[in-house]
Design a binder for this molecule. Sequence first.
Ligand SMILES: [Zn+2]
Length: 187
Amino acid sequence: MKITVGVSNRHVHLTQQHLEILFGKDYQLEELKPIHQPGQYASKSFVTLETEKGILENVRILGPVREYTQVEISKTDSYRLGIAPPIRTSGDLKGSAPITLIGPCGKIFLKEACIIANRHIHVTKEEKQKYGWKEEVSVLIEGKKGGIMHHVYLKESEKSYFEMHIDTDDANAFCIENEEEVTIIDC
Ligand SMILES: [Zn+2]
């Protein structure tokens, strides 16, 4: 089965409370452009990520605000910041890496917030059942740098757009770009 790939650059999800610490009271995210997942969007706002060892500027905030604050970076980014985030599903932040967020109005140190997102496919429960998928699948990527990506987690939600999300490291390693098609081969 074919599926389209979405490549996720480093980004941040924020709670409203953290957004207001960084940008000021009653600050609201503004939509730059929608992303495929229903209701979600790239905002016009950026933060700076800081650790004792490094800094990454202009990291985009995705909206809308969430119940938790989370920073998603690549392994390459983690070397620049000198931290070792675990590979996780969104929202699973226990034991994740510490990081400081800086905005125009303030900064916040978070003890657990930074992860490397796992490879995942957004699916509905119905799609999972229909195809007999369990937790993970493997995906075949064609081309000169092609190969097989294992451990592609099936991320279930009620409203979801059927799409595979990988980070920039995975995309670069397999020489694959946003909106390209790959093939689910296994479960
Ligand atoms: Zn995703």
